[in-house]
Design a protein around this ligand. Structure first.
Ligand code: FAD
Length: 452
């Protein structure tokens, strides 16, 4: 469904006044995200590019762009910060990239929620909440670049998920507003469970323009590192800590990661396994006592202001997918996987996997909460050799009882969701009846579903 020159010319005429860019190198840069973590996706997606980038400044601009794209049947891929890992905002059928980063106004802050335009950077949203003594319930470590709309459309949870669950859980997202891709675009606001129609749909079924998110009272979390003589001890400590202490982040990272954390060398030596944590300031003494009970010691305990003043790495940049980034900065031969461990969690399974893989897989885990109970996740580094070997490792981990969210796949279903979400596809029929939004990213949509 690649657009022809006449359709693109008509689109340009219809949106005259909205900033458009067609410089090939600019368009190519805005057609990429962080898919390069995966050699498999890099092979598939390198060089895929749109025809144009459109940068709306108002929702009225968004309506004009949506209308013109629908009338001239031009594929449209929404882009926030472009920090997704699965090629989520790489256009597979050319067309228009809609860069929403100028839609960045904070609209309202109440005693427990924030209403914001979707293109606001997550850090800016959190800082605005901070001015009222509140904070976002969770965010990815990419919060300086990533937009709040991109997090809801492409992400699932992150730093803070240990305390507040995943994005989809209980009221974390209160409402969202989308503009449909039709000749006469509609504005649709979803709340309650209907939010799931659009959350994690990779921008395939409506342009999110506005969101309301839950806030919680602001805590100046203490950034800490605890060191252990054995990764199993680190895991057991993290499991006990998540039940007994008020923590925002608990990230066990095995010792072979230490060379990738150069700025933290004094606090994370190569002969110890670490737990990076953000814990409530009044819990630091209990944190140290618990660490000692597992044979560990606390090597660092500082506020974020102190961490920044001393040019150290905040705990949240030592966890989630920042671990992969830290490794890739040193050695491009690594890639990664994303897994969820069977419940109840057994550290012995991790130790068996480490013995099985030797230097091919380095372990890093995250403590999170899903549906109200603790779920241990992992983002292990994998030494890249071949696609065949990667899928053999995935099969072995699945045989261990782990769920693997394949980060080497481009569709929603092959990535994390496994099955087609019928409610998302039903909503797509209403919000994107011609199948123009981010085509190729959901297996639930087939060309014959499109209205003509
Ligand atoms: P983009 O990459 O621009 O877009 C993501 C998807 O959302 C695309 O499909 C895009 O089309 C769609 N989209 C964007 N804006 C809109 C909109 N307004 N309307 C409709 N669709 C839209 N993710 C997590 O969930 N948790 C993590 O902890 C985490 N950690 C990360 C760490 C690193 C180092 C990296 C590189 C990535 C990480 N990610 C994580 C993935 C990603 O950074 C986040 O999901 C991020 O919030 C995406 O925001 P973005 O603005 O960059 O979205």
């Amino acid at each position: 469904m690649k657009p022809g020159a006449a359709a693109l010319a008509a689109f340009r005429r219809d949106v005259a006044g909205v900033p458009l860019h067609d410089d090939p190198s600019y368009v190519a840069a805005k057609s990429r995200d962080y898919f390069w973590y995966s050699p498999i996706l890099a092979e598939q997606l390198d060089g895929q590019t749109a025809d144009l980038v459109a940068i709306p400044a108002t929702t009225a601009d968004v309506h004009r762009i949506a209308s013109a794209a629908a009338r001239h049947r031009i594929p449209l891929t929404v882009r926030g910060g472009g920090t997704g890992n699965y090629g989520q905002c790489v256009p597979l059928q050319r067309g228009v990239v809609l860069d929403v980063t100028k839609l960045d106004r904070i609209l309202e802050i109440t005693s427990d929620a924030i209403r914001t335009e979707a293109g606001a950077r997550i850090l800016a949203v959190d800082e605005a909440a901070g001015e009222t003594g509140q904070m976002l319930n969770m965010w990815p470590s990419t919060r300086r670049l990533a937009t709040i709309g991109g997090f809801i459309a492409g992400g699932s949870g992150g730093i803070g998920s240990l305390r507040h669950g995943m994005l989809r859980d209980g009221g974390n997202v209160r409402s969202l507003t989308v503009v449909t891709l039709e000749p006469e675009p509609r504005t649709v606001t979803l709340d309650g469970s209907d939010i799931q129609w659009v959350h994690h749909a990779y921008g395939t079924n409506g342009i999110i323009t506005e969101l309301t998110l839950a806030l919680s009272p602001r805590t100046e979390w203490t950034h800490t590192v605890a060191l252990f003589d054995g990764y199993d001890a680190a895991l057991r400590f993290a499991m006990q800590t998540q039940t007994e202490l008020d923590a925002f982040l608990l990230t066990p990272v095995e010792r072979r990661f230490a060379p990738f954390y150069r700025r933290m060398a004094a606090f994370f030596p190569a002969d110890r396994d670490a737990v990076f944590a953000m814990i409530a300031p009044n819990e630091t003494a209990r944190f140290a006592t618990l660490a000692a009970a597992h044979g560990g010691t606390v090597s660092l305990s500082k506020t974020l202001a102190e961490i920044e003043a001393e040019n150290l790495t905040p705990a949240y940049e030592c966890g989630w997918n920042h671990t992969t980034l830290q490794a890739l900065k040193h050695d491009k031969g690594w890639t990664y996987l994303q897994t969820a461990y069977p419940r109840p969690f057994d550290p012995a399974l991790v130790m068996r996997q480490m013995a099985r893989y030797g230097d091919e897989v380095l372990m890093h885990h995250e403590m999170a909460r899903m549906d109200g109970t603790v779920q241990v996740l992992a983002l292990p580094l994998v030494r890249w050799t071949t696609r065949r070997r990667m899928y053999a490792i995935i099969a072995e981990m699945e045989a261990d009882g782990c769920t693997v969210f394949d980060p080497h796949a481009v569709t929603i279903e092959d990535g994390g969701m496994k099955t087609i979400d019928a409610a998302q596809i039903d909503f797509k029929k209403r919000a994107d009846p011609y199948g123009l939004m981010n085509p190729g990213k959901t297996r639930g949509w087939t060309p014959e579903m499109a209205e003509t």
